[in-house]
Write a protein of this length. Structure first.
Length: 478
């Protein structure tokens, strides 16, 4: 989190020293000259701490009373001339975070300020997130180690990505666990001790999303009764995860691109730029190649985000993970709803393995929660599952890395065509050839649209139209 502070320091020797210490601690500081300016600066804006010299020009009682009513409850750091135990005790009893003595040796004073900012940042992050920046309980389903070859391969690459600080784009169907992968990479990175902040770009209206990302100043729009920091500031030093980035409006995409390039943000309604330090990860279930072609997603933003691109496989391609996911979420929900005796039968697990899971991991979680809540027996079997899952036929096995690798069926026997008029038979033959020609071409290029279109001599838009006609997806050929 980027801390915002207001200072009024009157001692010419101490002021540059403390200013340098605050700058080194990575905080944004507004310095004011007069006592009245200090009070005016506090009202209606985001404030994490106030540091001021205790002298004749400042009314400490009035200042502390004003700060006590501020929505942010900023930390207070009075700077005193000399060590006075009774004065220190009184200030601390009035709620001051710490009392600084300007007579301390310079090196010690600088070290003290740095340590106080670290302590304050941790406290503020806990206040904003409701807990530690990156919670991790040993029994949490999020800590499972996947067993499927597809996910093991993905996490092996993710482990290498974690050591870098590059932007990351995660692709995959809805509910496959893209945020889980992003949190895993954050956990293994050098930023692990700092916040992981996530936002769903599809869940907020455009104006609200802009305010959420960058913050706003008091009076920026109707209802903005006070300044508010944005998610870029909350993620300062850590990771900002933008889910469903493909749904972001084009005008907001341009502002996001500028923020990523400059690592500076401007709150809505403000002219002041704030420097931030974040690693950006984004995810989408949308086809961004097609979105770039139709103009709904900026190519320059795509290339800025997709420094590294990872595809999270759907659950049907990682069936080895289904039993342990089911057991983990069974344990999670039986503790959550107070049903500690619930357990899964082998018959239920067989049905889970047979189902195709169009809703992926998210659907599996919902199914397990439903069974725990609704079952009247301690043993959960297939009868506790929804009818569409119980009646599902066995889905074809998909080996890791084999998507799109099935052999094309032979040409249908001529006898099957003889009852058709020539025009219909010709159209069906062309459709059959085109489908398998496109499958082979996409397979050869690993599902890359631009390369495939160039290979077969058509423009990407025409290729997409023919793929849609034949119900082909580029993801199946990667």
């Amino acid at each position: 989190m980027l801390l915002h502070g207001i200072t009024r320091l009157t001692d010419r020797r101490t002021k540059p020293l403390l200013g340098d210490a605050l700058e080194a601690a990575g905080v944004a500081v507004t310095d004011v000259a007069a006592p009245g300016d200090l009070l005016d600066s506090i009202r209606g804006r985001t404030v994490d701490f106030v540091m001021f010299s205790v002298d004749r020009g400042i009314r400490v009682d009035a200042l502390l009373a004003t700060l006590a009513e501020h929505p942010d409850r900023p930390a207070v750091f009075p700077v005193v001339d000399r060590e006075d135990p009774s004065q220190r005790a009184e200030l601390l009893s009035r709620g001051c975070f710490a009392v600084l003595n300007r007579d301390l040796p310079q090196a010690l004073l600088r070290t003290t300020v740095t340590a106080l900012m670290v302590r304050l940042r941790r406290q503020r992050e806990k206040d904003w997130t409701g807990g530690p920046a990156t919670p991790s309980a040993a029994s949490s389903p999020a800590d499972l180690e996947p067993r499927s070859p597809a996910m093991r391969e993905l996490l092996e690459v993710a482990g290498r990505v974690a050591t870098a600080d590059s932007s990351l784009l995660l692709l995959g169907e809805t509910g496959v666990g893209k945020e889980w992968v992003a949190r895993r990479i954050h956990r293994d990175s050098a930023r692990a001790r700092r916040p992981f902040v996530a936002v769903n770009c599809a869940a907020l209206p455009a104006q609200l999303l802009e305010s959420e990302l960058y913050g706003h100043v008091k009076g920026a729009f109707t209802g903005a009764v006070r300044s508010r920091r944005g998610l870029f500031e909350l993620a300062h030093g850590g990771t900002l995860f933008l889910d469903e980035i493909g749904e972001m409006r084009p005008d907001l995409q341009g502002k996001l691109l500028r923020a990523i390039q400059d690592l500076r943000v401007r709150r809505v309604g403000s002219e002041e730029e704030i420097e931030v330090d974040v690693r950006l990860m984004a995810a989408t279930s949308r086809d961004l190649d097609r979105a770039r072609i139709d103009g709904s997603f900026r190519s320059d933003l795509y290339y800025r985000l997709a420094v590294v691109t990872l595809r999270v496989p759907p659950l049907k391609e990682r069936r080895d993970d289904i039993p342990q996911l089911a057991e983990a979420y069974l344990d999670h929900y039986r503790r959550k709803v107070g049903r500690p005796d619930r357990r899964l039968t082998s018959g239920l697990l067989e049905v889970l393995l047979r189902y195709a899971w169009p809703g992926n991991v998210r659907e599996l979680i919902n199914v397990i929660e439903r069974a725990v809540v609704l079952s009247t027996r301690p043993t959960l079997d297939a009868s506790d599952l929804p009818a569409e899952i119980r009646g599902a036929r066995a889905a074809p096995a998909v080996e890791s890395g084999s998507a799109g690798q099935t052999e094309s069926p032979p040409v249908p026997p001529l006898d099957e065509w003889l009852d058709l008029p020539l025009r219909s038979a010709r159209r069906r033959a062309i459709d059959w050839f085109e489908r398998h020609y496109l499958e082979a071409s996409l397979r050869a290029e690993g599902g890359r649209i631009g390369e495939t279109a160039s290979r077969i001599g058509v423009d990407p838009r025409s290729l997409y139209e023919r793929m849609k006609h034949h119900d082909l997806r580029k993801e199946d050929f990667r």
